[in-house]
Design a protein. Sequence first.
Length: 243
Amino acid sequence: MDINNSVALVTGANRGLGRAAFTQRLLERGASKVYATARRPETVDLPGVEVLPLDIADPASVRAAAEAAPDVSLLINNAGIQTGTDLVTGSLDAVRHELETNVFGHLGMIRELAPALARNGGGAIVNVLSAMSWFGGKGANAYHLTKAAAWAMTNGVRLELAEQGTLVTAVHLGLADTDMAAGWPVAKIAPSDLADAALDGVEGGSAEVLADQWSRDVKSRLPLAPEEFNAAMDRALATLTAA
C-alpha cells in the first residue's frame, strides 16, 4: 500500500516512537489523516492530527476508538509497557498487566479494526515488536514473554487476514533513542529511521522488518541450540554494555 493518502491510526501517539517517529513521519509522508491516540489525549501535542482517547488494555475504549475511525487503512500498534518484572519472583499482577497491554491490547485493536480495513481495501497493520521477541534477561523476562507472544500473535493474524488483503508487518528493533531507553549508554536507532524502515516495509509489502543491526544479529542466532544461543547473547550483551 501507499503511505501517501492513507488514513492511519497510531496507538501511544503522545510520546516515544508513537509521537517522535510514526505520527510525525506519517504526516510528512503524506497520510491524509492520522488518528493520534493516547490514554491521556490532552498530552498529544502534534498539530495536524485527529486526537482520540484510547486505553488499549480496556476493550470498551478500544471499541470506541475503532467506531470513531471507520476510514482507517493503516493501523500502527505501537503502544506498550515494560515493568521490569521477572517471571518467577516478580509480581504476577505486573506480568498480567504487560500481557494485557502488549499482547491482548494489540490483538484487541486488530480484532476491532479488521472489518474497517477490509472495507477500505485491505490496508495494513504494523505491530511494533522487539529483538526481545527472541531473548530474555533478568529484569526483563515479562517483557520478553509479551514480545514473544506478540510475535506469535502477529504471525497468526497475518494468516487469518490474508484473505481480506490486509498486510501484517512485524517490526523488530533493539533500542530506539526514546525516553524508555535513556538509561542505556549504547547505540540506538533514531526514531525517524525506525518509522521510515517500518513504513518502507509496508509500502514494499514486507511481512517482517528488522530495523537495526541488533535485531538482525539476534534473529540470525535463532538456529543455534539454546545453550549456544544464550552464550552468544551473553557475549553480545557484554560487548554492548562495555562499548
